[in-house]
Design a protein around this ligand. Structure first.
Ligand code: AMP
Ligand code: GLY
Length: 426
């Protein structure tokens, strides 16, 4: 089978690695890929989706898997399908679950799916009145896609009003903020649950926990994610069942009923308050770096799972996961997440420790190949992933690997999975 992965990050690299160990997969293409995806397949530099679909046709690609949200929200799936191609991901309409927070919140309301109390508005006055009704902190969200930055947690009502004003005026996020959601703050812990759906049936992945803040102890600004691990002991079977029954199942059913069946990865960003799950957000793709810790646990050929999901064949399909743990530590460049960083060469020590080679690997992200050498070119550079029989063991391998990688400005959190270890200790 020939498979193409759309995207260029660590998430797409992780999907590529899963495809690489799949005996059914002959060739892997990355569109556009990054400076290290040549290790797994071929990079294709065709930014226009119509032209990319033509390429997929000519090349005889059997399955395309879309990693990031932007192409999904822009309708890549619809374009590929119109040309008779098999592609895994939601249509443009279904991708609105991530593309518009207002659409998402209203969908949740229509289907009685638990979420924080909110007001959607483009009027400062209305927003202001609602802010006065709520206790602090107060959450203010821009409607559209803001590259993960469109959420402000205001500690005072004044700040909430100021941020609302900045969004509504277009100053903060341009048109993406011209409608806002004001939301009550949910005080609990966060979990991500991923379901791969064919529009009707779905497969749940083990629950993962991301670490969104830049600094240890969950301090500092929000980032795309500084590390993740799975499965997390912060969820037990009872809670998992509740999440499935109250959130995943009604969402898949509701999307189908509304004529926008959800095919792809439903990523439920949840807040657990007093053992009850609430939806914070939906994404329509795997999380990054969550994908990097989920793919190594997949013990079913990846091509089969994604192909069956893309062709409405998940019914009765059994997916196996390893009875192991994975921990992923993001190595980011100096100025992440504030701005660009100077490209710096990456040196990776030879891995002589056999156990480490067996239990750890790198998922490359923000890297470029310059004159045959690998450079860190900003953002999140790579994820060091360890796999083991316990979280401690997986974490040990992940951190051992971080010590083998060198580039100027390298930074990472040293406490990934700390909540899991605390939970285990209890
Ligand atoms: P979102 O993009 O909506 O997931 O928001 C980004 C982050 O803001 C989440 O991962 C949470 O950490 C935080 N957040 C969003 N909404 C809420 C809320 N209602 N209560 C508490 N924290 C929130
Ligand atoms: N790691 C969070 C995300 O991918 O949105």
């Amino acid at each position: 089978m020939k498979v193409m992965v759309v995207g260029s990050g660590g998430r797409e690299y992780a999907i590529g690695l899963a495809l690489k160990r799949d005996p059914k997969v002959k060739d892997i293409f990355f569109a556009p890929g990054n400076g290290a995806t040549f290790l797994l397949g071929k990079n294709v530099d065709i930014p226009d989706y119509e032209e990319l679909a033509d390429f997929a046709k000519e090349e005889g690609i059997d399955l395309t898997i879309v990693g990031p949200e932007a192409p999904l929200v822009e309708g890549i799936v619809d374009i590929f399908r119109e040309k008779g191609l098999t592609i895994f991901g939601p249509t443009q309409k279904a991708a609105l679950l991530e593309g518009s927070k207002i659409y998402m919140k209203n969908f949740l309301k229509r289907h009685n799916i638990p979420t924080a109390r909110y007001l959607e508005t483009d009027s400062f006055e209305e927003a202001s009145d609602f802010i006065d009704e709520l206790d602090t902190p107060i959450v203010v969200k821009a409607d559209g896609l803001c590259a993960g930055k469109g959420v402000i947690i205001a500690s005072t009502k004044e700040e909430a009003k100021k941020e609302t004003q900045r969004m509504l005026s277009g100053e903060a996020f341009g048109d993406a903020g011209k409608k806002v959601i004001i939301e009550e703050f949910l005080d609990g812990y966060e979990l991500s649950v991923f379901a791969v759906s064919d529009g009707e049936n779905y497969i749940l992945f083990p629950a993962a926990q991301d670490h969104k803040r830049l600094l240890e102890g969950d301090k500092g600004p929000n980032t795309g994610g500084m590390g993740a691990y799975a499965p997390t002991p912060l969820i037990d079977e009872k809670l998992y069942k509740k999440i499935e029954e109250k959130i995943i199942a009604p969402t898949i059913k509701g999307m189908k009923e509304e004529g926008t069946p959800f095919e792809g990865v439903l990523f439920a960003g949840l807040m657990i308050v007093d053992k009850e799950p609430y939806v914070l957000e939906f994404n329509v793709r795997f999380g990054d770096p969550e994908c990097e810790v989920l793919m190594p646990l997949l013990n079913t050929p990846a091509s089969e799972l994604f192909y069956k999901a893309a062709t409405k064949n998940l019914k009765d399909f059994k997916v196996e996961f390893l009875d192991q743990y994975a921990v992923g530590v993001v190595l980011a460049s100096e100025n992440y997440p504030y701005g660009k960083s100077k490209p710096t060469e990456i040196i990776i020590d030879d891995i002589v420790h056999e156990d480490l080679a067996l239990h750890a690997h790198i998922c490359y992200a923000g890297v470029s190949l310059i004159e045959g050498k690998l450079f860190a070119t900003g953002g999140r550079v790579m994820v060091c992933v360890g796999v083991g029989d316990s979280i401690e063991e997986a974490r040990k391998y992940a951190y051992l690997l971080t010590g083998q990688v060198h580039f100027a400005g390298k930074k990472f959190r040293r406490d990934i999975a700390y909540q899991a270890l605390q939970a285990d200790a209890k």
